[in-house]
Design a protein. Sequence first.
Length: 134
Amino acid sequence: MTETTRIKLRIADVELLAETLDTPTAAGILESLPFSSSACTWGEEVYFQAPVQAQPEEDAREVVELNELAFWVEGGCIAIGYGRTPASLGAEIRLAAPVNIWGRVVRGDPRDLRDVRPGDPVSVQEAGESGQGG
């Protein structure tokens, strides 16, 4: 098992600390750090362009869990679902298409993204090794 890497996502005023999984998509995202983008929203999902090329992974799926970080291959976007979207059935978090799961939020609450508006600034970078801080 390989070591996870921590990354920091800042979307408008919301900061999330996440750990990457051992997947090809996560490796591609780590290689592209740091980068900036602009937020888009779809129901209770925030997504944004990322300078990453990825292929659908074997376990790609439409329904995600709170705190999972997804990559929408067709759109070239990182997607963070935190509640219902127009595609949801019941209370599930269903994204628009199958996505690769590449990380997990370990600090912060994705539900705080509810105040994010389209065009809000996004930055993604490797988290420092300072231990505390944040």
